[in-house]
Design a protein around this ligand. Structure first.
Ligand SMILES: [Zn+2]
Ligand SMILES: [Zn+2]
Length: 91
């Protein structure tokens, strides 16, 4: 009568895959359920969000030339955080 045996470990499967990532800003390791190209930890994300609200749209990004840079920086949000370097153009 062992045909109805159910594996007790079947219920042990984690809900989602967790990725062990390293923050691209501060280098701290952290876990995320997403595999990110430019991983950023929680604390740096908070900084990013606060910086994100202060964009100077009169200045061009020195890297990609887009209008709008992070206040007191010379790069746009994407370049500063390494999120959007599509055509690695360098000067
Ligand atoms: Zn970080
Ligand atoms: Zn840029």
């Amino acid at each position: 009568m062992e045909l109805g045996f159910t594996n007790p470990f079947r219920r042990w499967r984690p809900k989602g895959r967790m990725y062990s990532l390293k923050c691209s800003q501060c280098g701290n390791g952290f876990l995320s359920s997403y595999s990110l190209e430019a991983p950023i930890c929680g604390s740096c994300m908070q900084v990013a969000k606060s910086l994100d609200s202060t964009i100077d749209y009169d200045i061009q990004c020195t890297t990609c030339g887009n209008k709008g840079v992070i206040y007191s920086k010379k790069q746009c949000h994407a370049c500063y955080f390494g999120l959007g370097n599509k055509d690695g153009e360098e000067k």
